[in-house]
Design a protein. Structure first.
Length: 288
């Protein structure tokens, strides 16, 4: 008589401490992006960049409001809850962000992208009992949720989605469904190579940001400057990198005129900034 196979044992509940640890890494990554300076057109502790409606304090209020979201999305990802549950957590987080910032959108893109990466990292950790590589986390987003991502409704009221529809270009939803190729192929390798080449974290993050600006179809740039603004930003980033980027001495002085040019044109690469924070999270979570 054949023995009845036993079902595979269920993994133990995801530790609350682990969810909090991933959430802290997510918040740390968003803070690292804010603190990175100089950044063309973006808010830093010492500059509003191209923004009249927000400053560093606005971002800090938003970060405070998002702490619970990243804990919840880590736990949801670890326990393989449906994508609709993750989406509802994101909608609630966006509401909390807007409440904290008096209606200013500081982190809508990061709530989406970083939330997915936190959930995927938590799921991999729960299954494999080890810290995953950053590229594996990106692939996991595609593996777990690609169909659900492409089927989810878009927020047609957001400036980025209006730019996406107007110019007929893919956005971060498509990036996520493809496993974030910009993170896997550009941001994370650039960040980690720059960290190995220099002890200057700021330089490594600026190098990563400008590498992203150079190749990303940044919806925030399209919204603010149209196709000409996007092309101008990419050209400026490529020139900065061709001159040695942030890995050559004197990079801050060379980046100054680029910052001035972005602000004069009111350009802000917010999509690239979100990806920079995501890359820093992927780097951190590999080591914890």
């Amino acid at each position: 008589m054949n023995a009845v196979p036993r079902p595979a044992p269920l993994p133990p509940p995801f530790p609350t401490a682990a969810a909090h640890r991933l959430a802290r890494m997510a918040i740390t990554s968003l803070h690292a992006e804010l603190a990175c300076t100089p950044k063309p057109g973006l808010v830093t502790p010492w500059s509003r960049g191209s923004h009249d409606d927000m400053d560093a304090a606005t971002f800090l209020r938003s970060l405070f409001a998002l702490r619970g979201y990243f804990v919840a999305v880590a736990a949801a990802g670890a326990h393989n809850l449906p994508f609709d549950h993750l989406r509802m957590l994101g909608i609630e987080a966006e509401t909390a962000m807007l409440r904290a910032t008096d209606g200013i959108n500081t982190h809508r893109g990061a709530i989406f992208s970083l939330g997915l990466l936190v959930a995927a990292s938590a799921r991999l950790r729960h299954v494999e009992h080890a810290a995953p590589q950053g590229a594996a986390v990106c692939h996991a987003v595609r593996g777990y949720w690609d169909s659900a991502l492409l089927a989810a409704p878009l927020n047609s009221a957001s400036p980025g989605q209006r730019a996406r529809q107007r110019h007929g270009v893919p956005g971060v939803r498509e990036q996520a469904a493809q496993g974030f190729p910009l993170l896997r192929e550009v941001a994370l390798p650039t960040l980690q190579a720059a960290l190995r080449a220099t002890a200057d974290r700021q330089a490594a993050m600026v190098q990563t940001l400008m590498s992203l600006v150079a190749v990303t179809t940044d919806l925030n740039l399209l919204h603010r400057g149209g196709e000409r603004g996007l092309a101008f930003a990419q050209q400026q980033a490529r020139r900065f990198l061709a001159e040695g980027g942030a890995l050559e001495s004197g990079w801050r002085a060379r980046l100054g005129p680029v910052c001035d040019a972005f602000e004069a044109r009111r350009l802000s690469p917010g999509g690239s900034a979100d990806l920079l924070a995501c890359a820093w999270f992927l780097h951190l979570q590999e080591r914890a």
